[in-house]
Design a binder for this molecule. Structure first.
Ligand code: NAD
Length: 472
């Protein structure tokens, strides 16, 4: 049991004001594996006050010194990567086959780049009679989801530290344990008190209190579009900066001249990794009508070959859903898809008997999906892939962009040049071409209802920067 009874505020583990604890459940075993405090508004006030007090000196600390703390944190995370991966597998259910590389090593690489990027804060631009300088936004609140918990936390913390901001972090109720481990590392590197504060608790209480707090200068939120809208509303009266990283329903456009087997297998795996609980998952696969039947067979074979099971088994490709609630949501969407007339060609609501314990959902494929169906318009956030036929490329682009979301996209075509041409027509913040990999140095964020912020790389730093014009 990982029992956390205190909150990390002002550089020390402090008794919470909030009463009670949230239990953390291992979604594969349904056993209670830990607990964290249910913080409240008074905890938020104390954490924000500590962050405010620390801001004055932290924001004026030389960028090279701030970069040194980032380097120290990289070392801590690297040394304890196995512990971090074990915690995330236990609280999220992501199989060991993926967890360390995806959930820990990726974020470490993302963090490490800010050792260099911190130096950009010293850049001064001369324009006419002005000197334009960069300064930190101030006290930041970070509200995060559960699906890539360390990745989302580092995506905010790293540029904020580099810029000279201080922060209050609220992890998700489902996966808070990694944030407590990270706080221990922050303590170990001796980051000045108040720069990093951790308050766990419910979104409606701790999250909202942070979003509306008059002494918070910026809120960076990652999560569902509905909660993001509420955060923006709560933040509006104090005119704080709001960075939203929200949901998605991303298309993978497979062109007629694509290597069909490679493209379809990639598309299936992209959705099924982390059991479909990936904001960028390419959950609408657009297939040329001329090759549709062939593609369905490849997709079915690939889906049925993926092993679902115990996250601790190195053979498992998929684990369970993160929570009982998420499992219910996904099963509801499978029922909705059947009612809407989509053709179930793999998976469905049944789970193999051996996996009755744990929040498992069988990888599921729906064929003959009309893009206007709910299963094609709404984010399911589970291992469910919609296969949609198109007539020609114009039709494919029309379907691809017919979505309230615009987080990610993919194109697979016979040549990179042709794929990039198609990518330029897609209204989304990312496009993965012919299986291109995620790049921590590139900006990440959404168009439309997928959000308004950018994380990672230099654009990630820019979110935390105020520019000041000094007229000479
Ligand atoms: P969620 O919106 O339910 O919760 C996200 C966080 O917000 C949690 O910490 C929660 O406690 C908090 N919260 C909830 N209501 C709040 C409120 N009214 N005020 C303040 N805080 C509140 O999302 P989730 O179920 O944890 O995560 C899944 C969602 O996150 C999906 O929609 C997914 O697409 C999205 N997501 C987006 C990205 C991205 O970078 N764009 C990355 C990962 C996940």
């Amino acid at each position: 049991m990982l029992e956390h009874k205190r909150l990390f505020i002002d550089g020390a583990w402090q008794q919470p004001s909030g009463q009670g604890f949230a239990q953390v459940i291992n979604p594969a075993t349904q056993a209670v594996i830990g607990q964290v405090p249910l913080g409240d508004e008074r905890d938020v006030d104390r954490a924000v006050a500590a962050a405010r007090k620390a801001f004055a000196s932290w924001s004026r600390t030389p960028s090279s010194v701030r970069a040194g703390y980032i380097r120290d944190l990289v070392e801590q995370l690297t040394a304890r990567a196995n512990d971090m991966a074990a915690v995330i597998t236990a609280e999220l259910g992501m199989p060991v086959q993926w967890c360390r590389a995806v959930q820990v090593e990726g974020p470490i690489a993302g963090l490490a780049q800010y050792v260099e990027i911190a130096g950009l804060m010293d850049q001064v631009r001369e324009v006419g009679n002005s000197r334009v300088v960069r300064e930190a936004v101030g006290v930041c609140a970070f509200i995060n989801p559960w699906n890539y918990p360390l990745h989302q936390l580092i995506g905010k913390l790293a540029p904020a530290l580099a810029a000279g901001c201080t922060m209050v972090v609220k992890p998700s109720q489902e996966t808070p344990l990694h944030a407590f481990l990270l706080a221990q590392m922050i303590e170990a590197i001796g980051l000045p008190a108040g720069v990093f504060n951790l308050v766990s608790g419910p979104g409606a209480k701790v999250g909202e209190a942070l979003a509306r707090h008059p002494d918070v200068d910026m809120v960076s939120f990652t999560g569902s579009t509905g909660a993001g809208v509420r955060v923006a509303q709560a933040a509006a009266p104090s005119v704080k900066r709001v960075c939203l990283e929200l949901g998605g329903k991303s298309p993978l456009l497979i062109a007629e001249d694509a290597d069909l087997a490679a493209a379809v297998r990639y598309g299936v795996q992209d959705v099924m990794i982390n059991s479909g609980q990936t904001c960028t998952a390419l959950t609408r696969m657009l297939l040329p009508a001329s090759r549709y039947a062939e593609a369905l067979e490849i997709a079915r074979a690939e889906t049925e070959s993926l092993i679902m099971g115990d996250p601790l088994d190195p053979q498992s490709f998929l684990g369970p859903m993160c929570s009982a609630g998420q499992r219910r949501t996904v099963l509801d969407y499978i029922r909705i898809g059947e009612e809407e007339g989509a053709r179930l060609i793999a998976g469905g609501a049944q789970v193999p008997g051996a996996l009755e314990r744990g929040f498992y959902v069988t990888p599921t494929l729906f064929a003959d999906v009309d893009n206007r169906m709910r299963i094609a318009q709404e984010e399911i956030f589970g291992p469910v892939l919609c296969l949609i036929p198109y007539r020609d490329e114009a039709h494919a682009l029309e379907i691809a962009n017919d979505s309230p979301f615009g987080l990610s996209s993919g194109v697979w075509a016979g040549s990179t040049e042709r794929a990039v041409e198609l990518a330029r027509h897609l209204r989304a913040g990312q496009c993965f071409v012919n299986g291109g990999a995620f790049n921590y140095q590139a900006p990440f964020g959404g168009y439309k209802q997928s959000g308004n912020g950018r994380e990672w790389g230099e654009e990630g730093l820019a979110e935390f920067v105020e520019t000041k014009a000094i007229q000479l």
